[in-house]
Design a protein around this ligand. Structure first.
Ligand code: ATP
Length: 248
């Protein structure tokens, strides 16, 4: 469905992604794990096309130079030059790190903002779906998003991304800052979304443990490079992965 080959991203002279290759097949959940600054968000920006907007803005304001190399293919099409909104129209939708909701807008408004690519019928149907997926949101629709708990905000952020009718959902650190019990609710939504909606998912996290049971395949990044990759079972059987990422 999506393949990335030889991705390199430099922020000025700083190499943030070093020759990253990755693939996500139709219907897969793919994990990307790595510590702070490993390059997870840069990778998500590169797959979603947002890096092109960031590069453009930096250039306009005379800021740092961002250089990109490598190829991204999606369903047989080279998309490396496509802007984020063009990729979103093709079904690649990013749910960004730290949610980035509109704090003063209501939950319902935040969800509706996501539906800018949906028809009216699709928007109505998907809103119903999001409220079934995350029932706590039903009572919060009129509440300003900024007043919600971290877990509720993450549900809104995922809901907003679903409203954009993704075929490939990019989830950047969805568990960041959430209590373990709430993490579980968010994590368990991932296979449900895949199974019920046929949406493929690439999910990044610092800690592999909560997400690992749900991934088909995973990559481990360190300092912008892939140091390990494999199926869930291959990685779970690997003693290095266990000690580094599961603390056992
Ligand atoms: P985190 O878990 O902290 O979000 P990450 O794995 O998502 O980390 P990135 O945010 O992609 O990592 O950052 C990778 C590297 O690139 C880091 O060293 C970071 O400081 C650097 N970096 C990220 N964005 C920029 C930018 N706009 N300008 C300069 N350096 C950047």
């Amino acid at each position: 469905m999506l393949t990335a080959d030889g991705l390199m991203v430099f922020y000025e002279n700083m190499l943030a992604l070093n020759n990253i290759s990755l693939r996500c097949d139709e219907g897969q959940v793919v994990g990307v794990f790595g510590a702070n600054s490993a390059g997870k968000s840069t990778l998500m920006y590169t797959l979603s096309g947002i890096i092109l907007d960031i590069r453009h803005k930096e250039k306009m304001r005379g800021g740092e130079r961002i250089s990109l190399f490598g190829d991204v293919h999606y369903r047989g099409e080279a998309i490396g030059e496509l802007k984020a909104n063009q990729r979103a129209r093709r079904g690649i939708v990013l749910c960004p790190e730290r949610r980035r909701l509109f704090p003063e807008s209501s939950v319902l408004e935040n969800l509706k903002i996501g539906a800018y690519l949906a028809s009216r019928d699709e928007a109505r149907e998907t809103l119903g779906y999001v409220l079934e997926l995350f029932p706590p949101l039903k009572k919060l629709l009129k509440r300003a998003a900024g007043f919600l708990s971290g877990g509720e905000q993450q549900m809104v952020a995922i809901g907003r991304a679903l409203m954009a009718q993704p075929k490939l959902l990019l989830l950047d650190e969805p568990l960041l800052g959430l209590a373990p019990s709430v993490q579980q609710v968010v994590v368990e939504a991932i296979p449900v979304i895949r199974d019920q909606r046929g949406i493929s998912v690439i999910v990044t996290e610092q800690y592999a443990r909560p997400v690992m049971p749900h991934v088909d395949y995973a990559y481990i990044l360190e300092n912008g490079s892939t140091v390990l990759e494999g199926t869930r079972d291959e990685l779970l059987d690997n003693p290095d992965v266990k000690s580094a990422y599961f603390g056992c």
